[in-house]
Design a protein around this ligand. Structure first.
Ligand code: UD1
Ligand code: UDP
Length: 365
């Protein structure tokens, strides 16, 4: 049995790492990399640190408008799938790579498994929301990280093939946190003391592409003392174009994106985290670091309900107030699983493929 794992962007790589390890215990795996992300710090560092095997196909698509980028990926993925004829295609999260992978496979009648299915922000202006909805509706196996995700799918009429597996980001975090604590030197390199700095990331289109929202977030980060900002290349480019980068650098420690191990250490030792990233919100929760989400809504509603995450939008005053005052006091639930999501996902894929081959041999398909 052959699985084709399709990835291309930073959060795809983090999710692939634990699943790929598990897949290779019982299946052949080929990895198709679209090249959506390509800077060393956004791409190869994750393969190296997380021991992800070298991709079998690298499509080199790179950056472009959504339609152009997704179209190029679709062509390249289709060619690779036609050549490899995998039994199942595996896609992760909600990027344009995820959509292209699911669509290419579904059109070739290759079953699609979606890791991190059922997440919704209910905002169709978010490119990720369009991707998620479409991918879920053409997937055969849907791995949900949370009960909320299962319920979201049910409301859209999707129940077949749905599995509540937990979150693969809990698996990889549990695997890597002790390694990060031992090996990362990022605090010394940046002269940071534990719990004395705030960690920020910003990259969502709704924040970066709207000049008012980005300016307001940047003003807030400048108002807060001791912020380290791991700046996504998209954000860096837009800040430079709008003449904001130098102003920001006067008040805030702006650094390039870091690798996963350095990121875990930065997160673990931060006083609070300010972010618009989906993955970072979950990691903040799992590391018990208060999180201020600079968005108007989140897919990870459990972290809000549990009191460890707060929505601040892009409003300068609200962000600064939360940075100073937000103080979660509550206990936590183990809401992202026990760190065995990858095992559950691979078991679900195996069961699915066995059932399918039985049906085929009986002429049911
Ligand atoms: C993508 C995903 C988003 C995810 C994010 C994770 C989509 C629609 N969006 O957003 O869901 O949260 O990745 O990081 O798929 N760039 C570089 N070097 C790189 C990659 C990007 O300079 O290695 C710059 C380019 O200017 C590019 C811009 O970032 O135009 C945006 O890249 P793109 O992959 O289109 O979207 P992201 O904002 O990274
Ligand atoms: N991440 C990282 N270095 C950084 C910023 C993020 O390793 O400089 C990791 C982060 O720890 C998480 C993943 O990238 O595991 C989240 O990806 P991102 O924020 O790019 O996308 P999202 O989760 O919002 O889709």
């Amino acid at each position: 049995m052959k699985i084709a794992s399709i990835v291309g962007a930073r959060p795809n790589f983090v999710k692939l790492a634990p699943v790929s390890r598990e897949i290779r215990k019982g299946f052949d795996e080929i990895i198709i990399h679209t090249g959506q992300h390509y800077d060393y710090q956004m791409d190869r560092i994750f393969f190296q640190e997380l021991g992800i095997p070298k991709p079998d196909y690298h499509l080199g698509v790179g950056s472009a408008s959504h339609g152009h980028q997704t179209g190029e990926m679709l062509k390249g993925i289709e060619d690779a799938l036609l050549k490899e004829k995998p039994d199942l295609a595996l896609v992760f999260g909600d990027t344009n790579t995820t959509l292209a992978g699911a669509l290419a496979a579904a059109k070739l009648h290759i079953p699609v498994a979606h890791v991190e299915a059922g997440l919704r922000s209910f905002d169709k202006k978010m490119p990720e929301e369009v991707n998620r909805v479409l991918v879920d509706h053409c997937s055969d196996l849907l791995s949900c990280p949370t009960k909320t995700a299962v319920d979201n799918l049910k409301k859209e009429g999707i129940a077949k093939g749905v599995h509540l597996t937990g979150d693969v980001m809990a698996d990889i975090l549990k695997d890597c946190i002790s390694i990060a604590l031992k090996s990362s030197k990022i605090l010394e390199e940046l002269a940071l003391s534990p719990k004395e700095y705030y960690l920020a990331t910003v990259h969502r289109a709704e924040n970066t592409d709207d000049p008012k929202r980005l300016k307001s977030i940047i003003d807030a980060l400048c108002d807060i003392e001791n912020v380290v900002f791991a700046c996504h290349p998209r954000t860096e480019r837009l800040l430079r174009e709008r003449g904001l980068l130098d102003i920001l650098k006067e008040k805030v420690k702006v650094i390039k994106p870091v690798g996963y191990l350095d990121m875990l250490l930065l997160e673990n030792n931060a006083r609070k985290i300010l972010t618009d990233s989906g993955g970072v919100q979950k990691e903040a929760y799992m590391l018990k670091v208060p999180c201020i989400t600079m968005r108007d809504e989140t897919e990870w509603v459990e972290t809000i309900d549990d009191g460890w995450n707060v929505l601040a939008g892009a409003d300068r005053k609200t962000i600064v107030k939360a940075a100073l005052e937000f103080d979660p006091a509550s206990e936590q639930r183990e809401m992202f699983g026990k760190g065995d999501a990858s095992v559950r996902i691979v078991k679900a894929m195996k069961d699915y493929l066995i059932d399918r081959s039985l049906e085929k041999s009986q002429g049911i398909d």
